[in-house]
Design a protein around this ligand. Sequence first.
Ligand SMILES: Cc1cc2nc3c(=O)[nH]c(=O)nc-3n(C[C@H](O)[C@H](O)[C@H](O)COP(=O)(O)O)c2cc1C
Length: 184
Amino acid sequence: MKQRVETEKFYPAYPVFVLTYLNEVGEPQMSTGSSSYTLGDTIVIGVSAESNASKHIYAGQKLAVNFPNTEQLGLIEQGGFSSGKRNDKIKVHQIELTKSDNGGVAYIDACPIVLECTVTQTVSDADYHTIFAKIDTRLFEKKLLDSDGHFIHEELDLVLFSGDANERKFRQLATKIETVGGHS
Ligand SMILES: Cc1cc2nc3c(=O)[nH]c(=O)nc-3n(C[C@H](O)[C@H](O)[C@H](O)COP(=O)(O)O)c2cc1C
């Protein structure tokens, strides 16, 4: 039997990312998030309506979704503990950005996986700004790829974010991996 939980939020464990995008004068910005899903070439990201990200990310804009590893909790907190509305996080924390060679926005090369995206649509209400974007390029660090360019599952090290309104935690992936299929 289940127990009903009275909490305003619950995150089962989503991968943490740091968005990079430009403000109205072309200066790079960064914001930490965990609310996303991807399906094929589409990524959907939720940010709060009051965030700096919601102000600058709209249809036609470029953004990069940078996925940090478990050595980069500092970067995650730098992007997520204050708003770009009040300080320039990229400058304050001296975040090294790499220029895109695909017409995209500058990204954080230190992160093991980066998705270069173009925003196709946004849907806003009083609380949330939902961003639909097309994934233009997927950039992986070399150790994540075998000689055929295929993803090496065992090498993936991302930070997951889980918890409820009471407390949220960072988690890491276990290397227990199962093939999909043959379990039913
Ligand atoms: C691990 C982590 C995950 C977060 N996930 C989200 C999220 O999915 N959506 C969101 O709006 N804010 C999220 N936040 C909070 C924002 O990062 C925070 O409000 C930040 O100040 C927003 O920056 P901005 O105003 O410069 O965009 C998260 C923060 C952390 C540390």
